[in-house]
Design a protein around this ligand. Structure first.
Ligand SMILES: NC(=O)c1ccc[n+]([C@@H]2O[C@H](COP(=O)([O-])OP(=O)(O)OC[C@H]3O[C@@H](n4cnc5c(N)ncnc54)[C@H](O)[C@@H]3O)[C@@H](O)[C@H]2O)c1
Ligand SMILES: [Zn+2]
Length: 291
C-alpha cells in the first residue's frame, strides 16, 4: 500500500502540500470521530510519554497488577500523584481542545474518544467525550466502589503526610511527578473513609483492560461517522490503535495530525506532521470562518 499523503510545515508553519486540505474535506463530508492522545495536552503543561520516533522518554508507567499486589507500589504511586495532581488540576485546555469543542458545536465532530486522563476536553466545553482510560479527577474504592473526588483525596494525602508538602518534584506524564525514593518509602496511603478499602484512581493502568462497553460505543460512533481523525497520539498503545484498524475494516478514511511517527503510519489516508494546536485552530477557522 502507498504511504499516507504527508504534509510538513515550512518555517512559516504553513502547509506545503494538501494532506491538511484532505482533513478539512473529510470534516465537510460529515461529522468525524476524533481519537486524541497525550500530544494534544503537552501545550497545557502535561508531558507525553513518547518522542517523535515513538520511543519511551522516561521510566515505565505503573502496571495494574503491581498496584493491586504491592503496598510499596501504591506508596510510590500516591506519593508521586500527590505532587503530580496539582499540575493536572490547574491545567487549562489549549487551542486544540477549544477548536475541537467548537467544531463539535458546529456539527463537524460527533465524538471525541480520548486516551487522555486529564479532563481537558470537558474543561474546553466538549460535550461528547468518551474517556477511554477514565479520568484522574475521580478515585474509586476497590471494595465498596464508592467514588471520591480527587481533590478530596489530595486533602487526605496531605493530612497523612504533612511533612512532604514543600518538596520540589518535577512533573511527569499522566498526573505523575519525579519523587525521590526516600521521600515515598514512608508515605502513608489513606484508605477509603467509607469502608477502609484500597483507593485507586479511576483510570485504566497499563496491563488492565478498557471496559468493553466503552470500546463498543467508540466503535459504533466510528461506524456511523464520516471517518476517524487521530490527534496527538503515537498509537503505540493497542487500546487506541485498534480503532484505526476498526475504521479501516469499516472502509472509513483515517487521518492523523501528529508530530512524529505513529504505529499506524502505513494505514493512514493522510498525515499532517504539524503541531496539533496550530493545525486544529486553522481547521476551525477554515470550517467556521465567522468565529
Ligand atoms: N494528558 C494525559 O492525560 C496523558 C499524558 C501522558 C500519557 N497519558 C496516557 O498514556 C498513553 C500515551 O499514549 P498516547 O498515544 O496518548 O501518547 P504518546 O506519548 O505515546 O504519543 C504522543 C504523540 O504526540 C506527539 N506530539 C507531542 N506534542 C505534539 C503536538 N504539540 N502536536 C502534535 N503532536 C504532538 C508526540 O510526538 C507523540 O507521537 C495513553 O494511553 C494515555 O492514557 C495521558
Ligand atoms: Zn470503600
Amino acid at each position: 500500500m502507498a504511504g499516507p499523503l504527508k504534509m510538513k510545515s515550512n518555517e512559516a508553519g504553513r502547509a506545503t502540500d494538501n494532506a491538511g486540505d484532505r482533513v478539512g474535506k473529510l470534516l465537510e463530508r460529515g461529522p468525524v470521530v476524533v481519537l486524541s492522545g497525550a500530544g494534544l495536552s503537552t501545550a497545557s503543561g502535561i508531558p507525553d510519554y513518547r518522542d517523535c520516533e515513538g520511543r519511551w522518554k522516561g521510566a515505565q508507567p505503573i502496571q495494574h497488577s503491581d498496584f493491586l499486589r504491592l503496598e510499596s507500589v501504591r506508596q510510590r504511586y500516591w506519593a508521586r500523584s500527590f505532587f503530580g495532581w496539582p499540575t493536572v488540576a490547574r491545567a487549562a485546555p489549549g487551542r486544540g481542545h477549544h477548536a475541537l469543542a467548537q467544531l463539535e458545536r458546529a456539527g463537524r465532530v460527533e465524538l471525541i474518544v480520548t486516551q487522555n486522563v486529564d479532563g481537558l476536553h470537558h474543561k474546553a466545553g466538549s460535550a461528547s467525550v468518551l474517556e477511554l482510560h477514565g479520568g484522574l479527577a475521580a478515585v474509586i474504592c476497590l471494595s465498596c466502589r464508592a467514588r471520591h473526588p480527587r481533590a478530596a483525596v489530595q486533602d487526605w494525602l496531605h493530612a497523612a503526610n504533612p511533612e512532604l508538602a514543600g518538596n520540589p518534584a518535577p512533573v511527569a506524564p499522566d498526573g505523575d511527578a519525579h519523587v525521590a525514593a526516600e521521600l515515598y518509602a514512608g508515605f502513608r496511603v489513606p484508605a477509603c473513609p467509607a469502608c477502609g478499602g484500597l483507593l485507586k484512581p479511576d483510570v485504566v493502568f497499563f496491563g488492565d483492560s478498557v471496559p468493553r462497553e466503552r470500546v463498543a460505543s467508540a466503535m459504533a460512533a466510528i461506524k456511523a461517522a464520516a471517518g476517524l481523525l487521530v490527534v496527538g497520539s503515537s498509537l503505540m498503545v493497542y487500546s487506541g490503535f485498534r480503532f484505526v484498524e476498526f475504521a479501516r475494516r469499516e472502509g472509513k478514511p483515517v487521518m492523523a495530525v501528529n508530530l512524529g511517527r505513529t504505529r499506524a503510519d502505513h494505514l493512514l489516508d493522510a498525515k499532517v506532521e504539524q503541531d496539533c494546536d496550530a493545525f486544529l485552530d486553522g481547521l476551525r477557522m477554515r470550517l467556521m470562518p465567522a468565529t
